[in-house]
Design a protein around this ligand. Structure first.
Ligand code: CP
Ligand code: NVA
Length: 306
């Protein structure tokens, strides 16, 4: 931690592919260690939220504590980003006191601006574009369940959003197959497909959710309307409803040992039925707990190994 470290030499985690494939595997290995080196002993981490959170705030705070550090959570409105002072000066200020900065932001560009000037690592705790901490926990869950991630087929039924994009990138790096099924107009753009391809993986995009989940080891969904998209809610619900819900019939097309994942929070009865969300194939609570283990693994790597 030093406000004099040149910003350009710092590793930031704004998306999963800020890690190489090897580094991702190292982070997942470290995530399985309940007692890694106390890389935050006597140090702080600032956790800045522009949007609500349950899992991310709690998992990050506890990960910081488990690494010997002290988390300071602050609502962005209290800081007054770009009102009281610029995002750049907020980052420079927080770097005077903390070993790392986590931020959950409305616009991904805000994270990029902070990372450009920050002399300590900036970690994306969810933006409109990416949710890398979620993808790390998801991949950890797949690893725990199947022993290895490589070669597994992950089917995402739903929106081409922050969660599916980060998961597709992480799956590519980890050697898993990734297929996404959503209505036309809500599928990955070519720039997303190019970024996923750069991992060495590929995202299959299909309209038919039954085709997507056939033989899948993991069936994943997320809300149709993400935080910040409230104005498009009725249009998006109309586009997804009736076809892109994970039902018992849809889950029945997946592999016999398939698991169901959801980043949460969920709308039971919308993107997934209650019997799937809370049923025997669901691993949503293991996945939620893994947010803490993955956060601890990532911070242990970022502040201790990288
Ligand atoms: N999955 C997730 O990020 O949950 P929160 O929004 O509650 O942090
Ligand atoms: N796609 C959702 C994920 C919430 C954890 C959102 O951005 O609101």
């Amino acid at each position: 931690m030093s406000s004099t470290t040149p910003p350009g030499s710092i590793r930031h985690i704004l998306e999963v592919d800020d890690l190489s494939a090897d580094e991702l595997l190292q982070v997942l290995d470290l995530s399985g260690d309940p007692n890694p080196p106390k890389v935050l002993e006597g140090k702080g981490m600032a956790l800045l939220f522009e949007k609500p959170s349950a899992r991310t705030r709690h998992s990050m705070e506890m990960a910081v504590v488990q690494l010997g550090g002290h988390p300071v959570t602050v609502a962005a409105a209290e800081v007054g980003i770009d009102q009281r002072e610029s995002a750049e000066d907020v980052a420079r200020t927080l770097a005077c006191f903390h070993a790392a900065i986590g931020a959950r932001v409305k616009s991904h560009s805000l994270l990029e601006r902070m990372a450009t000037v920050s002399s300590v690592p900036v970690v994306n705790m969810l933006s409109d574009q990416a949710h890398p901490l979620q993808a790390l926990a998801d991949l950890l869950t797949v690893k725990q369940e199947f022993g290895e991630i490589s070669g597994r087929r992950i089917a995402f039924v739903g929106d081409a959003n922050n969660v599916s994009r980060s998961l597709a990138i992480g799956a590519g790096l980890a050697g898993a197959q990734f297929v996404i099924s959503g209505p036309p107009g809500y599928q990955f753009e070519s720039t997303n497909l190019d970024r996923i391809a750069a991992t060495g993986g590929a995202a299959e995009v299909v309209d038919d959710p039954f085709e997507a989940v056939t033989g899948a080891h993991v069936v994943y969904t997320d809300v149709w309307v993400s935080m910040g998209e409230e104005a498009q809610a009725s249009e998006k619900i109309d586009a997804f409803a009736g076809r892109y819900s994970v039902s018992k019939a849809l889950m029945g097309q997946a592999a016999a040992d398939a698991i169901f994942l959801h980043c949460l929070p969920a709308n039971p009865g919308q993107e997934a039925s209650e019997e799937i969300l809370y049923g025997p194939q669901s691993r949503i609570w293991q996945q939620a707990e893994n947010r803490m283990h993955a956060a601890r693994g990532l911070l242990a790597w970022l502040l201790g190994v990288s």
